[in-house]
Design a protein around this ligand. Structure first.
Ligand code: GLC
Length: 846
């Protein structure tokens, strides 16, 4: 046999490595790439042409860079940049399909060296020399201006892979938002990344976390604006971290496509962002009750014990969760038949006791030829493929899994049908989508590889672009499935990962935190930040997921949870062993595993009583929370707000981390440290009443902190609606109590009520009570106006008047004088009376 001669060895030329780009390395787009050119950076040069095309003004530069500016409302400008004059198809998973641009008359004016676009509320000036923009409000105040402005970099391997915007950071400009970050509330001086990441036992500096929300607020001399970068690639935000006087954001691919949202208030920005990206709909009322969860309540007898534990101790609770162990070997949509032989009987019995059952679903579908979901998924091409055309697989809890392509409308529809047995037949009331970053068990690369391909609703792309919206689209698939399966029910879905706009499909919890005081502080910050970033329906693992809580920490966390729209206790628990995890991860988890229970009665009698009181307070304040959620669905007002929302001109509020605004009129000052007996609180403008004593105050105040009380304040003039405590939200409400707070002047409050389930409210079956209070010249009055056809079930209303400055001599309800009932407190009096719910006016005279 002849041996083929070896080809002669040809030396491979060694090319000089290209210099790293610096500011001066910017080259014109027209320069053709030579073989050794790895980088190309481009920055706009002079504008050569301006034209109106497809609803936007296009500014075209000599070197091919293009900017499209569209005005979607007087206060919403959209800017899209292309480095080479080519725009990708206009598509977004973040923007609410229900968003309709307003018809705005916009003037384009050409001036010396610049173009001006004016919507009335907002003006943008585009420089002819270099395409830099400046935003002005109607009083000609500069709100925001480009520093270096737009630039883009491309490499041979990745194409355009750094689409960048640099803006000036004004002196004393402060920044909020960005959704998921665990650091202090003011983002100034820090930098961040957005890439949905499984972050077990994350800390204050961990970044990125589970969600990607590329939206921030800026407050510049008391005037607010917002920037939403609608780009699902990995994105980066830098709020002058190097003290260079610049802020910067950039995306690792796609398009530099951002929305500029005009305030002038922070709350205006919040509402405008909600207008663009949508809100969660009104949840079923049980979803706002207290929820008990653990990894895992297993088997069914243990679930029943937990349920009985609540009812025996008369501790209110509306939902019990089943973590992954209810499944057969972590196969989604199946049951462990040994541990849960009759799931329907369990769910029915729990419902009979007033509990809803919530179960977990993961996106990873176990590779197992005998598992129907996997088989069907394969047969019907439901899973993600790699660019080589094979089904992408990676290990999660059940071992190697395939992952549905939720960006394919057919897959979404298929996924929705998989819930039929759980949701319709067995009666599971809500679902919990976990691991949907998507997370996979790989120590370094915690998700699917970049070469995994996604349908992306007909605009195919790699995982680099689809990673951040994977969880959001899983939630959309589940949500749309629930709507199809039981259109008469309000769905409840809780998710770990999401992206901007994902608030339309799920509530959010903040992932795997730890049982320590620092994590209680982080929980507080994260929920404030999530709420102002579109996700009002949020909460944390109360008590901490990893590690052991102790009584005081648990109770203080529960008290904070009273003011988080999702109030759920969750912890790793005994069942977790780290089994199934790669050895390196199991080792990491080991010290954090805990064996102590985390039910409200797990810490001894003293703490049980305090935990019970905290949960009862939640049920008392449900009308306040429900009304805040209603307002949120109506106009996007966040349920929780950073204190700067109360007065953007007060710099003392900018760096507040602990205290926050809740609903219409409450200011919450949670206890986030051990052994606190007295707490100093800085109150924003106006007078506030300390809820527990009725004591009015303003500015800097100190309150005595009792173990059973979370400090909170009520705005003067407010009407605070309170229900009696109940064991669950299905129980009847016998009476409504209104705490009415004196103010010299006017104030308005709202109470929204409906059936708490279904959609009859959309056809008028709701009750909206508008309360107007007015105090002047020794008198005070409360007017009630009702809208809607629904009449709440209670037949009595009790009113407490708090803070009337003198002795009340006379009181009349709807013109009829009634005897005054005075309740003497230590240094003041409360005045109380009972009325029929339909009263119109109450007057007090001093
Ligand atoms: C993830 C979730 C956690 C859950 C666990 C087991 O770590 O974040 O909440 O208990 O998986 O399913």
């Amino acid at each position: 046999m002849k041996v083929k001669p070896k080809p002669p060895e040809v030396p491979i030329p060694v090319l000089p490595s290209p210099p790293l780009p610096t500011e001066i390395d910017f080259v014109e787009a027209s320069v053709s790439l030579r073989y050794e050119d790895v980088f190309q950076w481009i920055r706009p040069n002079e504008v050569s042409d301006v034209r109106w095309r497809d609803g936007a003004y296009e500014f075209i530069c000599h070197n091919g860079v293009m900017l499209r500016v569209s005005v979607l409302a007087a206060g919403i400008f959209r800017l899209r940049y292309s480095p080479d004059g080519v725009f990708q198809p206009d598509f977004s998973y973040a923007i609410d399909p229900a968003f309709e641009p307003e018809k705005v008359v916009v003037r384009l004016e050409e001036r010396d060296g610049e173009y001006l676009l004016d919507s009335g509320a907002l003006q943008v000036v585009v420089s002819k020399a270099d395409l830099k923009v400046k935003f002005y409000d109607q009083d000609d105040r500069v709100l925001c201006e480009d520093a270096a402005g737009f630039s883009a970099k491309r490499t041979i391997l990745k194409g355009w892979c750094a689409l960048r915007m640099e803006k000036k950071c004004h002196k004393k400009e402060v920044f909020f938002g960005l959704g998921d970050k665990s650091c202090g509330t003011n983002l100034s001086g820090k930098k961040f990344e957005n890439w949905c990441s499984d972050s077990f036992a994350f800390g204050r500096e961990t970044d990125p976390l589970y969600r990607a929300i590329p939206f921030y607020y800026a407050l510049n001399q008391g005037v607010a604006y917002g920037i939403f970068l609608d780009n699902s690639f990995r994105t980066h935000f830098d709020f002058d971290s190097e003290a260079s006087g610049d802020t910067c954001f950039y995306a690792e691919g796609g398009e530099l496509n951002y929305y500029f949202l005009h305030g002038p208030g922070l709350d205006d920005v919040a509402r405008t962002y909600a207008q663009l990206t949508g809100t969660h709909e009104l949840p079923p009322s049980w979803a706002l009750g207290y929820h008990q969860c653990r990894w895992s309540y297993h088997p069914d007898s243990h679930v029943r014990e937990i349920a009985a534990g609540f009812r025996e101790r008369q501790i209110p609770c509306d939902a019990i969760y089943l973590d992954i162990d209810y499944m057969d070997g972590y196969r989604c949509f199946t049951w462990d038949k040994k541990a849960f032989p009759n799931p329907k009987a369990l769910v029915d019995d729990l419902r009979e006791m007033g509990f809803q059952t919530v179960t977990m679903i993961d996106p990873g579908i176990k590779e197992d030829a005998n598992y129907e979901v996997y088989r069907d998924g394969l047969a019907q091409n439901r899973f993600l493929y790699t660019s080589d055309g094979v089904v992408a697989k990676a290990p999660v809890w059940p071992g190697f899994c395939a992952f549905p392509d939720f960006t394919n409308p057919e897959v979404r529809q298929w996924w929705g049908t998989l819930y039929e047995s759980l949701y319709k037949d067995i009666g599971i009331a809500g679902f919990w989508n976990d691991m949907n970053e998507p997370a996979v068990f790989h120590v370094n690369h915690k998700t699917l590889p970049d070469n995994v391909m996604h349908h992306h609703d007909g605009l195919p792309c790699s995982h680099r672009k689809a990673h951040n919206i994977y969880g959001q689209q899983m939630n959309r698939s589940s949500w749309e499935g629930f709507q199809t399966l039981q259109p008469e029910k309000r769905p409840f879905l809780l998710s770990r990962a999401s992206f901007s706009g994902g608030q339309r499909f799920s509530a959010i919890w903040t992932g795997d935190n730890c049982s320590d005081w620092e994590h209680l502080q982080i929980a507080n910050i994260q929920c404030q930040r999530l709420a102002i970033s579109g996700f009002s329906f949020c909460g944390t693992d109360i008590g901490g997921f990893a590690g052991n809580a102790e009584g005081e920490l648990f109770v203080r966390w529960l008290q904070l949870g009273v003011f988080h729209p999702l109030m759920r206790v969750h912890s790793i628990g005994k069942h977790a062993t780290g089994d199934g995890l790669p050895a390196e991860e199991a080792e990491l988890i080991d010290p954090l595993l805990h064996i102590s229970d985390q039910e409200p009665w797990s810490f001894g009698e003293k703490w049980t009583d305090l935990a019970k009181k905290a949960i009862e307070l939640r049920y008392c304040l449900l009308p306040c929370l429900y009304s805040a959620m209603w307002l949120h669905t109506l106009d996007g007002s966040p349920v929780l707000r950073h204190l700067a929302f109360a007065d953007a001109n007060d710099p003392k509020l900018w760096d507040v981390e602990r205290d926050f605004l809740f609903g219409e009129h409450l200011l919450i000052s949670p206890v986030v440290q051990p052994k606190v007996q007295r707490q100093g609180v800085y109150l924003p403008k106006g007078n506030w009443y300390y809820f527990w004593t009725g004591q009015p105050g303003n500015g800097e105040v100190f309150v005595n902190v009792m173990p059973d009380q979370i400090p909170f304040f009520v705005r003067e003039g407010a009407v605070l609606p309170v229900y009696p405590t109940r064991q669950h939200t299905g129980e009847a409400i016998a009476e409504l109590t209104l705490y009415v707070y004196y103010k010299n002047g006017l104030e308005t409050s709202h109470l929204y009520e409906d059936l708490g389930e279904g959609y009859a409210h959309q056809a008028g079956m709701f009750s909206l009570k508008v309360f107007e209070t007015e105090g002047k010249n020794g008198t005070f009055s409360l007017r009630q106006r009702k809208e809607g056809e629904y009449n709440p079930e209670y037949s009595k209303v009790k009113i407490y008047l708090v803070g009337f400055p003198t002795f009340v001599k006379k009181c009349a309800a709807d013109g009829v004088e009634i005897p005054i009932k005075e309740i003497k407190l230590r240094d003041r009096s409360l005045y109380t009376l009972n009325l029929k719910p339909e009263f119109e006016k109450v007057e007090w005279e001093g």
